[in-house]
Design a binder for this molecule. Sequence first.
Ligand code: C2E
Ligand code: CA
Ligand code: CA
Ligand code: CA
Length: 275
Amino acid sequence: AKADGKGTFRFFEPEMDEQLKARRALEADLRKALANDEMDVFYQPLVNAEHCRIVGFEALMRWRHPECGMVSPAEFIPIAEDTGLIVPLGEWVLRRACTQATIWPSNILVAVNLSAVQLRSGTLVQTVTEVLESTGLPAVRLELEITESVLMEDDEGTLAALHELRALGVRIAMDDFGTGYSSLSYLRNFPFDRIKIDQSFVRDLATRFDSLAIIQLITGLATSLSMSTTAEGVETEEQFLHLRAAGCTEVQGYYFARPLPAADLVFELPRPDNG
Ligand code: C2E
Ligand code: CA
Ligand code: CA
Ligand code: CA
């Protein structure tokens, strides 16, 4: 058995070693990314389902690695969270997004993703207050998106920070709703302004009757709790029509627009009947 174990270990060793090396290298590069001006923010519209008007943009972090090209947030955000680099990176995104939003039409929101690490850092409320003050963006135009995992630890400090942010006038959205273990119980813990329905429910909407039933349940619940609902990952007209009929107030996805650099934003969608 011992020989087997050893053999198995040897077999995997070079591969694990490579993965670890690659991760360490990426981590070292990420430490320098801000100073080297490699980070950027892209924006994806949130579209009102009823009138197809753009009501806001979600800020999504991008990393242009000098050798690897674009590195996906799915790859670098976990590294940033493990190393604590998410705190300076997150602050940078917040400042950048709020600065850029000040030149947008005044009815357009900007949504910024927050990591649980930022909420636990103890400096978030102070950072948000300072960024709003120095950029001059009205608090009501900022929405902060947090995932369920933020509330999972049931940490008093986190909940207090969320209430303080809300007291500033900032809106709070629950991201990736429906993917956690007890999504519903979190709705009792905090009065969110918006629920973002995870794209996994949207993906199989046309083929799975249960997904539609779940979405209808979420929008009904959100309405009675006075929360907006955004469906994420909308890629087809068929999905959009289902979601609108199911009562989603906003929609977001490639069907409307991909995340775009700040310079390429438009504030109205092309009308479908104009071709
Ligand atoms: P998320 O917050 O759920 O963001 C939505 C993701 O779905 C984005 O991926 C977006 O580009 C993608 N998406 C939008 N429409 C569609 C669609 O129609 N189809 C498909 N398949 N995907 C669509 P992205 O930009 O790669 O970001 C991935 C995740 O990384 C985000 O998921 C978020 O959790 C995290 N992230 C991105 N930027 C930041 C940031 O500034 N701070 C933090 N803490 N996390 C971030
Ligand atoms: Ca998000
Ligand atoms: Ca999401
Ligand atoms: Ca997600």
